[in-house]
Design a protein around this ligand. Sequence first.
Ligand SMILES: [Zn+2]
Length: 411
Amino acid sequence: MKDLTHDLADRLTRYCAIDSQSDADSPSSPSTAIQLDMQRLLVAELTAMGAEDVTLTEYGAVLATIPGTREGPTVGFLAHVDTAPQFNATGVKPRIIRGYNGGAITYPDDPGLSLTPEAFPYLAEKLGHDIVTASGLTLLGADDKAGVAILMTAAERLLADPSLPRPRLRLAFTPDEEIGRGVDARLPQDLGADFAYTFDGGKLGEIEYETFSADGAVVTIKGVSIHPGYATGKLVNAIHLAAKIIQTLPQVTLTPETTEGREGFIHATDMDGGSSEMRIKFILRDFEREGLEEKGALLRQVCAAVAATEPRAEITCTITPQYRNMRYWLDSDMTPVELARDSARALGLDPVSVPIRGGTDGSRLTEMGIPCPNLFTGMQNIHGPLEWISVQDMEVAMRLCLEIAGRAAKG
Ligand SMILES: [Zn+2]
């Protein structure tokens, strides 16, 4: 496998330079048309390398088949093509620092910025590696262009070499993962895999099968609107009631900034409106169903308590399920996790499983019937200007993909 790092670095830097940011405020699917620029490129590249059933679906996912050379379960591999909306993703200029020397990495477009092994100890482990970063003004987008590059490189190797054992493999490149809309209702059926993996994780060796369980909540507060000149005894200001709700909710516990590990939280993400009507958005997170229900109950309780202080106002709290911890399903059949762990050990890695304080496309996919743990790519400091990745870490992730495919094949 000569030139593997060259191929991976080439794909990563080409894909990262394409702006494919998603947008949570857009109602369309995919949320942004620019994601289709990435998807059309993947369709062309997959077709050129001889993949079968290459499809760009109505909902913006690219699917393809790598025919099997052995019997075995159909295994799916997924990566997402969108980048995070939280930071500038326009005009990404990826660059490769070859043979990293262990020092501070500076940025051409922002001299104030510096990536140091002191602040990020994982970087200290990558001495001699080829490190890819952006130029200082944007995120890199290794999340999840690294996953895309890893799968595309693996696909090319497999398609060029029928002697590499594998069962039938299905690839999926999804849009809108970062805004929680990566798994369309049609995807499980269209993917048609017995189990699958996302390549969307961080450090070498990480094999994740626990995510948060997640609900969203919207609290609407309708006050009574009157001209302030005639308001005496009549006006009910929705802003004051919104402030009361925020003030009554826990602030030194149960928030993202005061919890860690397996603790859940209630997070106010957005508030808008005016004196006549206010809207507050929350996300609720916990690893356990009961814990998530408790957080929803607490939010409702606070809303009811504030409503009781002002009967003329109307306060509603609507809670909507988002995704569930994939462990609830994987607990009953750990085969996909064990296959990934055995494959990692065969490559000399020490597999580690840490609960993800977030969700993946795999959370929804698992819930919808396709067990789907998450595997490392090497990506670090995602969603910001200090995002970086080692090309050699990506190479190990790509070998893990081939190893899983090989071990899933029977005979
Ligand atoms: Zn990601």
